[in-house]
Design a protein. Sequence first.
Length: 103
Amino acid sequence: MSSIRARNINHPEHRENLKSDKYHIIREAMLTALHASSWMPFSELEDKVRDHLQGQAVPKSLFPKPGSVRWYCKAVQLDLEARGEIERQPKKSPLRLRKCRES
């Protein structure tokens, strides 16, 4: 099984090994949900990712443990930020995100 060496915007020296199939599913769901024109709270993004997984009939066995979707959402979010694909709203809490540009 191949893996992605995901980056972390908060810790540039750190890399997290993520299963590539899971990474790409979560990445697609996040980039589908986010828009460059508006900010979205992370909690709402996580809900949209879950809805996307259900809509795409992703087997529950791919993310079997409670919290595994949340963990992958966070890991992919940090990687996408590090790659400049999404950004966080500065000095706002809770965390809000958007695409850097529409694709």
